[in-house]
Design a protein around this ligand. Structure first.
Ligand SMILES: [Ca+2]
Ligand SMILES: [Ca+2]
Length: 176
């Protein structure tokens, strides 16, 4: 199956303008992203984008429309509770807690993070599945209207972000 990579819609909401101590958030459209194999598998989809070097990510909120898929050789679908999103190898969210297949299940929530991006300033989101029902293929997929909001302090430490606006470069790639 050839994955559909949507054009990312970026809505950068900056609250508090130049006042220190406020939080900013960045919305990331993750519609069409697939949960394929276990964490670190080369077939997994990874969404990578530049934010700001050494920026501290303080949390995430999510709105994810999840559908699980059935391997051609199986009689039941992958479980929703197996879908996860890893953040830079430093944080993780489990998308659903449903022990079974789902169709367009809406999952919303939020979590506090406290991790710092590396010197390259990239956020790396890896979509993975904790029990690989269908090796090399998608176990689940995110439907239209799926998004994540990343939260971080505003303004960030001096750096490229301040000069160029939030989210300088966005790209979707597969890990090799
Ligand atoms: Ca699975
Ligand atoms: Ca799989």
């Amino acid at each position: 199956m050839k994955p559909t990579i949507p054009v990312l819609s970026i809505i950068a909401a900056t609250s508090g303008l130049a006042l220190a101590g406020f939080e900013s958030s960045l919305r990331i459209d993750v519609s069409g992203y697939e949960f394929r194999d276990e964490l670190g598998d080369p077939d997994n989809m990874v969404l990578a984008f530049f934010l700001n070097p050494q920026l501290t990510i303080t949390g995430v909120s999510w709105h994810l429309n999840l559908t699980t898929l059935t391997d051609p050789g199986a009689s039941f679908p992958s479980w929703a509770s197996e879908t996860n999103i890893d953040f830079n190898g430093q944080a993780n969210i489990q998308v659903s807690t449903t022990p079974g297949g789902v169709e367009n299940e809406l999952n919303t929530g939020s979590a506090e993070f406290n991790y710092q991006l590396g010197s390259d300033g990239y956020v790396l989101l890896e979509f993975w599945d904790s029990f690989d029902d269908s090796p090399g293929m998608a176990d689940a997929v995110l439907g239209d209207g799926s998004w994540l909001d990343l939260h971080f302090p505003f303004p960030p430490a001096p750096g490229p972000l301040a000069a160029m606006g939030v989210g300088g470069l966005f790209a979707a790639r597969r890990r090799r």
